[in-house]
Design a protein around this ligand. Structure first.
Ligand code: AMP
Length: 296
């Protein structure tokens, strides 16, 4: 596996690959890698000749009260994992190279950044959209991979790639879960043993929502109340939100019979904020497939 800190060195390497007509798959991450990240890598390896992974804990997407300084970092372990997974190139840019003195250009994806996480984490998607734009410009991949786990982030990236005429295809990869349903996340490392078992609450409520809609519950309001009641039974959990939303616009839905619905939740387990989501559909409707947005 090749590792690059400098943008110019990575560019030279990528230029060589393009001359050989190799296709490039790209997986941007913030490190503290786990099997969820590696499932994106596996997908990229299946689709593309060469796989590039970036690790950059992006300061501009963390709010002032958030966990930027204590976000888990373990570069040598990440290098081992990516190398074992067959990653061709690891990009480890420095803060100084990504945000040099005088930096003043921001990417703001307006409507789709507003609801859900946008309300609770002001500025978060501006930071995400800016770093993803920069990384896509640096790597210029054929396909870039993003997890369904961060569903709204996927929509933001899909939108910016279209709006800014980026040639890369933006591919969603399904959420990888532990056997008890908990979505893999770097932040799971913060959970105590007791909190770890309470954290299954998120996937339990997504499963309950899926079952209820199959059983014919049509009122989003009624279902939301039932899901909120489940959260209130867990003493270690504090609800931030549960929403039943249109999967394209993220606007709230009222009638669950009308089509596919995104059920999405943010819940604090102890001090750790976890998010998860699922697409749910009424009986008889084809089960959803991960989204892909081709470059333009
Ligand atoms: P992060 O390092 O948290 O920024 O995540 C990097 C990428 O991995 C993002 O596209 C995430 O959506 C994706 N990802 C994180 N956790 C999972 C998971 N459990 N399953 C699939 N993808 C994931």
């Amino acid at each position: 596996m090749r590792t690059f800190e400098q943008i110019s060195a990575l560019r030279t390497y990528l230029r060589g690959l393009r001359q050989e007509r190799k296709t490039v798959g790209f997986v941007p991450t913030m490190g503290a890698l786990h099997a969820g990240h590696l499932s994106l890598v596996q997908r990229a390896k299946g689709d593309c000749d060469v796989v590039v992974v970036s690790i950059f804990v992006n300061p501009t997407q963390f709010g002032p009260q958030e966990d930027y300084s204590k976000y888990p970092r373990d570069t040598s372990r990440d290098m081992q994992l990516t190398s074992n997974a067959g990653v061709d190139a690891l990009f480890l840019p420095t803060n100084e190279d990504i945000y040099p003195a005088g930096f003043q250009t921001w990417v703001d994806v307006t409507d789709i950044s507003q609801p859900l996480e946008g309300v609770r984490r002001p500025g978060h998607y501006r930071g995400v959209a800016t770093i993803v734009t920069k990384l896509l410009n640096i790597v210029q991949p054929d396909i870039a991979y993003f997890g369904q786990k961060d569903y709204q982030q996927f929509l933001v990236v899909e939108r910016l790639a279209r709006d800014l005429n980026m040639p890369s295809t933006i591919q969603m990869v399904p959420t990888l879960r532990e056997t008890d349903g908990l979505a893999l996340s770097s932040r799971n490392a913060y959970l105590s043993e007791e909190e770890r078992s309470a954290a299954t609450l998120l996937s339990r409520l997504l499963s309950l929502a899926g079952r209820r809609v199959l059983e014919g519950v049509s009122s989003a309001q009624e279902l939301r109340r039932e899901l909120e009641a489940l959260v209130s039974e867990e003493p270690l959990a504090a609800l931030e939100y549960i929403e039943l939303a249109n999967p394209d616009t993220l606007q709230p839905v009222e009638n669950l019979e009308e089509g596919l619905t995104l059920v999405v939740a943010a819940i604090k387990i102890g001090k750790t904020r976890l998010i998860d989501n699922a697409l749910i559909a009424p009986e008889g409707m084809a089960s959803p497939r991960p989204r892909v947005s081709r470059g333009v």
